[in-house]
Design a protein around this ligand. Sequence first.
Ligand code: ADP
Ligand code: MG
Length: 487
Amino acid sequence: MLSEKNLIFFRKMDAITLKKAWNECLTILKDIIPEDEFRIWFSELIPVKYEDNFLYINVPSNYYYEYIEAHYVDELIRTIRRVIDPSVKLRYMTKVTESDLMTMTSANHPVIENSLQNAPVILNNPDIKELPNPFIIPGIKPIKVDSQLKESYTFDNFVEGSCNKFARSAGYAVAQNPGKTAFNPFLIYSAVGLGKTHLAHAIGIETKRLHPEKTVLYISADQFLRQYVKSVQDHTTNDFLQFYQMMIDVLIIDDIQFLENKAGSQEMFFQIFNWLHSSGKQLIITSDKAPVDMSGFEQRVLSRLKWGLNAELQMPDVQTRMDIIKKKLEDDGNVSMPDEVIEYLAYSVNASIRELEGALISIIAHSTLSKRSITIDLAREIVDKFVKSNTREITIEYIQKTVCNYFNITMEQMLSRSRKGDIVTARHISMYLSRKLTKSSLVTIGDKCGKKDHATVLHACKSVENTCQIDKNYRKSVEDIEKKIIS
Ligand code: ADP
Ligand code: MG
């Protein structure tokens, strides 16, 4: 409690005494309010004056006023009464424009001078047109926030496979009930080109479809960072913060790794996160790695990222890659492409879906421009140019397909128990080449070659080696098939 003498000074609005009294209040509040909350909501408050038994506190935005009123008004009033005067009342002030201050009286003393509903909507910054944040202090007018969602990235064309099943269905659940599932934040991570951005948009689009009234915003972390930097230069960080906190129901931040080692923007993100999360709003975040592997982030930010659900996207298997190619061809106006080319592409492009798409587009473009039909040779030329830096993944399935094509038999025949000459030869050669060209164990090879045991595989391999030594034509066939596989 301040001494009577100080109080007199204080009533005379002595700035130093006011500051001292306020610091005393903060010391008390710090003990009763959780640390994070205190830092976010109280460290920015500034005592302005004490007049007519009202303590005026400057809050960075209306938002602070609302939050404090909703959560901590009792603690705050109790404290200022203890430190300053048992009958002191509280008023908040916030800057609305450079020249205009808005004052709100604490609800404990309902003498609203300037109600929030009548607050002017201002500060539309014309310099920031390309950015979605209109830097508007929320007021009466419902404003339209450009969601920045790409219409083509829907769930419908996000092909499902075991590589993305979990993330896809969690994302779907989020879109059904944004902010209401345990998946908040929902963090999607993967290497590049595996569908993070696509899935994030799909969730946004589906949310808008099911809940048109919700405001969804997609923003890359890079854009977020630029907005933040601009707001610091323009002294509008409060508006920046307020825009995110007040306007958005579903916030999608893509490629959060852009905020690595950027303390200021991480702090903003932290505050936005806390607010949105505690108000039941949904956060969807993508990253190039799992939170445990992220560096350059503050621990408290990382811990927030781990709160909800983290889901990984992996490189799709060959079958899913074929499905993706077919879907793209269909969406591209039903372009026809021979099955063997689709297979070839799916087998040989294995670094990312983006690369697969690139190779596909390139093949279509070449065939259109040079009026060549789409053949496996054309595909091979393009893939060789395109996928040069990647060693192609040779799978048992690819070997089996190539062998089947060579002997003109079907996969079913190859995997059957048939003892017919060609079929047995094909089966043996595919086991032999699987042993030679892949790292798979005898057990795996046997499993994939019609559920044979490892001794059968070993026997097949020996048999091929022996026959190669005594039969020139047979050896030539094995070499030809091998060349086809590794070319
Ligand atoms: P990331 O953000 O992980 O780098 P993107 O979302 O940009 O990857 O995906 C790269 C390309 O691959 C995009 O054109 C996207 O449409 C496509 N893609 C990714 N996953 C799928 C999928 N499951 N089905 C269809 N297309 C996909
Ligand atoms: Mg992306």
